[in-house]
Design a protein around this ligand. Structure first.
Ligand SMILES: *[C@@H]1O[C@H](CO)[C@@H](O)[C@H](O)[C@H]1NC(C)=O
Ligand SMILES: *[C@@H]1O[C@H](CO)[C@@H](O)[C@H](O)[C@H]1NC(C)=O
Ligand SMILES: *[C@@H]1O[C@H](CO)[C@@H](O)[C@H](O)[C@H]1NC(C)=O
Ligand SMILES: *[C@@H]1O[C@H](CO)[C@@H](O)[C@H](O)[C@H]1NC(C)=O
Length: 732
């Protein structure tokens, strides 16, 4: 058996938008920046021996420098150009598109912990059992880098590297050739683009090699293909994202199309912009977009107040605790005189040691990192910290590895604690508290819960395609961690740990990549769309209490805009019964129906687009997607209706009969024709039509309302479920 992992790393991702320092230069408009230029590959005049020669020749000015040529998922190059040079390039006939490079942000909220455990996470364990497949599989992870000596990348018992692998293991002094092996078969780092725009990397904090100085890359790579996790496939996992722009301007969407066109499954994190609506990123329909859910394990650390109240909190602090049975003076950092705002957030240098020494300090969440606040409290002489969510954080709690005894509490609990402190001050009996750490708790109910930070729909680019597609475990996930970074992620933290806990949709995304790898191994002939379909139609929406999953930020019931089709179910996805398949041709029709120009479509597909076939498909909602999303504009219309055409392929028993069950969104009518699908062979495709009728609802101008339902095809052995989401919009 061979089990392989291909790692493509993007070291240019940064966690802070402030990394490109604002320039006061008058010529700022003409400051060279990194641009990515897509070209029509076959237009190269024969006088140029290579594409690189040709690309260099199109850069006329001496100040323009070619950085990198691309010839796999798309053709073109990156170069450092002034904006006017970039404009000139755009006018060249063989140049399809020019876009400026964006600094991509990691989709992680850091919440590390020192545990020293040797096991892998529960949810990863679930996948391991399914890994009884032997083929040459490769997972690509685009992230910050990797720490190769970790046990998760041990290549014991693995076969040779597959011959199809043509990647590189880039070696440097701190990343020797021995770093690559039969599991970590390749690693590269791409820093030229970043360095040419933002200056040389700081080698104190970053390695100029594929070595991971941030921790994020090691973590996500080990989730996708860590030790025992077996067999990756041709799967790409993107745990980075940017702002949502039209697909032809989105370098990640374009690269992902190229990958998907070659049969490579691309999963991408939805982003950590939740809990607000319209925050989901990486929304292209050829990408599988993954949000984050909690797992049934947490780390309770309760606050006991002097008035007898017990407030629930979470923490993975595991150092020396507070004295048993002792109550400590409790203060709110923001009630200090002086700059109350920065003190309330426990920003660097904002706390007066005379005010906090020997006390437990309440700090508000925001601006600086959660562990950094603990560092500030500790430096000022505080003995403990209670980290209170702001109103925008809601009740979602992330367990952190703090440098002093500390716990996180929800927004309502924060209010209650501050109120207690104020009333105690008035009654002249000072407030007191302690924190009681209870270790790890499993079988937590309810679980899963949609994580507060998980980015939500509607899809800002194409509301007719429901995004995120699915959720997967993304909160407090245990995986490998590099030595260079202490578990809290703050520079003064010198602790070393082999495993650590992180949260974020970039932790959820590699779970899905690993799962997709196993599905591909079990079903080598499945397309990326078929794999996504299996994940979506078998996903579940109820928690371990049997009720609809709740939203961590509100405690209220969550919806398809939060979890898409639901939480992935690894075993059921192996045998979905029916799949909704898609080819590149369908995506071209989708782009035609999105009213993109032929030129814009060519930027994405690298082919001359033919939109003549698309007119029959009618509208973007007719993309053969496993979920259904309708958007109605209520222009004084009383009744509105739309239809979806779908095609399902039988991948279950040769002879099977499926009947439909419809759960319409409340107040709407949904019909399906035909109501029964009878298959005679595997691979057979049958069509059906879904009609949705809605009556206008009362809405204030500019507002909208969303209702959801589902249709389920069932043969008694398989339930093939598609969510239906209907959005009513009242124009302004
Ligand atoms: C690099 O980072 C270290 C640690 O943050 C800092 O002390 C040093 O000044 C930085 N060097 C440069 C050239 O920015
Ligand atoms: C949660 O549900 C309650 C009851 O339906 C509702 O009043 C409240 O506004 C909801 N909260 C949020 C944040 O949506
Ligand atoms: C594309 O243009 C047609 C005709 O103007 C319009 O009906 C349709 O709604 C447009 N589609 C999108 C996705 O904008
Ligand atoms: C399909 O769904 C129905 C209704 O929820 C349930 O009773 C049945 O057990 C499910 N069947 C399978 C095979 O999951």
């Amino acid at each position: 058996m061979s089990s392989l992992l291909l790692l493509f790393f993007l070291l240019c991702t940064t966690t802070s938008p402030s990394s490109s320092s604002p320039s006061t230069n008058k010529n700022e408009a003409e400051t060279p920046k990194t641009f990515i230029i897509k070209v029509q590959y076959d237009a190269k005049p024969s006088i140029f021996p290579t594409h690189k020669h040709w690309y260099e020749s199109s850069l006329s000015s001496a100040s323009a420098t070619l950085l990198h040529t691309y010839d796999t998922v798309f053709h073109g190059f990156s170069a450092k150009l002034t904006p006017s040079e970039a404009l000139r390039l755009k006018t060249l006939p063989h140049v399809l598109a020019v876009f400026s490079e964006q600094v991509r942000h990691l989709h992680t909220t850091r919440s590390p912990q020192f545990l020293g455990l040797k096991s892998s996470s529960d949810s990863a364990g679930l996948l391991l059992k399914e890994s009884d497949f032997g083929s040459d599989l490769v997972i690509g992870v685009i992230d910050t880098g990797v720490w190769p000596e970790r046990q998760s990348f041990n290549d014991r018992d693995l076969g040779p590297v597959p011959r199809k692998w043509k990647g590189q293991c880039v070696t440097t002094n701190d990343f020797p050739a021995t770093s690559c092996n039969r599991k970590l078969i390749g690693a590269r780092f791409f820093s030229q683009g970043y360095e040419s725009t933002n200056g040389k990397m700081n080698e104190t904090t970053e390695f100029r090699s594929p070595r991971d100085s941030d921790g994020h890359g090691t973590h996500t790579a080990s989730i996708a293909a860590g030790s025992a996790v077996s067999d990756g496939v041709d799967v790409v996992s993107l745990s980075v994202g940017g702002v949502v722009v039209p697909y032809f301007l989105d370098a990640i969407a374009i690269a992902a199309f190229g990958a998907s066109d070659h049969g490579v499954f691309v999963s991408a994190s939805a982003g950590n912009g939740g809990p607000g609506g319209l925050t989901v990123t990486n929304v292209a329909p050829w990408v599988t977009t993954v949000g984050a859910g909690t797992i049934d394990r947490d780390f309770p650390a309760d606050v006991h107040l002097g008035n007898g109240k017990i407030i629930p909190g979470v923490s993975v602090y595991s150092g020396p605790g507070l004295k048993k049975d002792q109550m400590y003076s409790l203060v709110y950092a923001g009630s200090e005189s002086g700059d109350g705002y920065s003190a309330s957030l426990c920003l660097e240098g904002s706390l007066d040691p005379a005010f906090v020494r020997g006390k437990i300090v309440v700090c508000d969440r925001g601006i600086n990192s959660r562990p950094a606040k603990g560092e500030v409290v500790k430096k000022a002489g505080g003995v403990g910290m209670i980290l209170a969510n702001g109103v925008f954080d809601g009740e979602g709690l992330v367990a952190d590895c703090h440098v002093l005894p500390a716990t996180s509490v929800g927004a309502a609990s924060g209010d209650e604690i501050r109120k207690y402190i104020m009333s105690a001050e008035k009654s002249k009996s000072p407030a007191t508290a302690t924190i009681v750490f209870k270790g790890t708790r499993v079988n937590v109910r309810p679980a899963p819960v949609v994580a507060s930070f998980s980015a939500r729909g509607p899809n800002p680019e194409t509301p007719e395609i429901l995004k995120p597609d699915v959720i997967a475990p993304g909160l407090n996930i245990l995986a490998a961690w590099p030595d260079k970074v202490g578990p809290s992620g703050i520079p003064t933290d010198k602790r070393k740990t082999e495993f650590n806990i992180l949260s974020g949709t970039s932790m959820a995304c590699p779970h899905v990549s690993g799962l997709a790898a196993l599905l591909k191994a079990a079903h080598p002939d499945w397309s990326p769309a078929a794999i996504r379909s299996a994940l979506m139609t078998t996903a579940y929406t109820v928690d371990n209490r049997g009720e609809t999953m709740i939203d961590e930020s509100t405690g209220n019931t969550s919806t398809a805009l939060d979890f898409g089709a639901g939480h992935v179910h690894p075993q059921k996805a192996m045998n979905p019964g029916l799949i909704y398949d898609l080819t590149s041709y369908d995506y071209v029709n989708f782009l035609c129906n999105s009213n993109y120009t032929v030129n814009n479509i060519q930027v994405i597909t690298r082919r001359k687009a033919d939109c003549s076939g698309a007119t029959r498909a009618g509208h973007v909602g007719n993309l053969n997607y496993p979920s259904l999303s309708a958007v109605f504009q209520q222009y004084g219309k009383h009744k509105m209706s739309t239809h979806f055409i779908r095609t399902v392929t039988n991948v279950g028993d040769p002879n099977s009969a499926y009947k439909v069950t419809i759960r319409p969104p409340s107040g709407m009518t949904v019909t399906v024709q035909p109501e029964k699908l009878v298959f005679r062979r595997v691979g057979q495709k049958l069509n059906f039509l879904v009609r949705v009728e809605a009556t206008a609802v009362k809405l204030s101008p500019g507002s909208s309302s969303m209702k959801s339902g589902k249709i389920v095809w069932s043969d008694g052995k398989h339930n093939v479920t598609s969510p239906i989401v209907v959005t009513m919009q009242q124009p302004l």
